[in-house]
Design a protein around this ligand. Sequence first.
Ligand SMILES: NC(=O)c1ccc[n+]([C@@H]2O[C@H](COP(=O)([O-])OP(=O)(O)OC[C@H]3O[C@@H](n4cnc5c(N)ncnc54)[C@H](OP(=O)(O)O)[C@@H]3O)[C@@H](O)[C@H]2O)c1
Length: 254
Amino acid sequence: MTAVLDQTVALVTGASSGIGAATAAALSAQGATVALAARRKDRLDTLAASIRDNGGTALVLESDITDEQQAADAVARTVAELGRLDTLVNNAGVMLLGPAVGAPLSEWQQMIELNVLGLMYCAHAALPHLLRAAEDSPRRVADMVNVSSVAGRVARSGSGIYNLTKHGVGALSESLRQEVTKRHVRVSLVEPGAVETELAGHNRPEVLEAMRTQFSGVERMHAEDIADAITYIVTRPRHVAINELLIRPTEQER
Ligand SMILES: NC(=O)c1ccc[n+]([C@@H]2O[C@H](COP(=O)([O-])OP(=O)(O)OC[C@H]3O[C@@H](n4cnc5c(N)ncnc54)[C@H](OP(=O)(O)O)[C@@H]3O)[C@@H](O)[C@H]2O)c1
């Protein structure tokens, strides 16, 4: 039986947990060969083993994509070892919240370095390969999916720099979309609301407590729900481009 993404190669950043891990598994289930990039190699090895157990093919790329060279190497190794690149999922991200007054500047820098610069390095390295894939692949289309957030649509008190990074991802995505869409590289933006992952866990205890109050009683989404949306985007026929998806848990109001 053939699957929609047979013969294609997808690189997923931040594949060691949460949305990235679920997306890599979902794309593999659709036939894609997957390259898994993140810093925690043990997690990537475990995911790769499970993908292989299910009949898929996975390449582990231990990479810190805030480092320009490591980001470029992740893309280059994907193409060198798997032969091509049809899909880039720019998913790796960090969210460090709390009042701006007195916030550790290092947290702000971390978000800019990963959510903006890391994504930018991967996008820059991948674009020539995506353009080539759109020309010579059997599907004659390629995808870059950028994971933003509800925070990329609306700014709120206490999340200014996260808002800044995700609004930036939205702006870059739309600009790139216009630039390459006629060449059949689809650039898509996914904006999740609250998803149960490790993301919030990197915050300071007092910030975590405030977040718990904000979302108390709300049933969060699962990483697989967002993986499902990303899979939908990249499995559309060549003439259909899903530009943007805003996805909230049903009970999330804002
Ligand atoms: N969870 C939510 O509620 C939610 C809502 C809206 C948007 N999002 C967005 O969804 C994306 C995925 O987040 P998640 O919720 O799945 O969180 P997560 O479980 O914390 O996953 C974040 C991923 O990013 C990777 N990462 C962190 N620093 C990295 C670096 N320097 N180089 C390479 N990879 C790095 C992590 O792997 P390593 O630590 O192993 O490197 C991990 O795989 C993020 O862009 C986030 O902003 C999440």
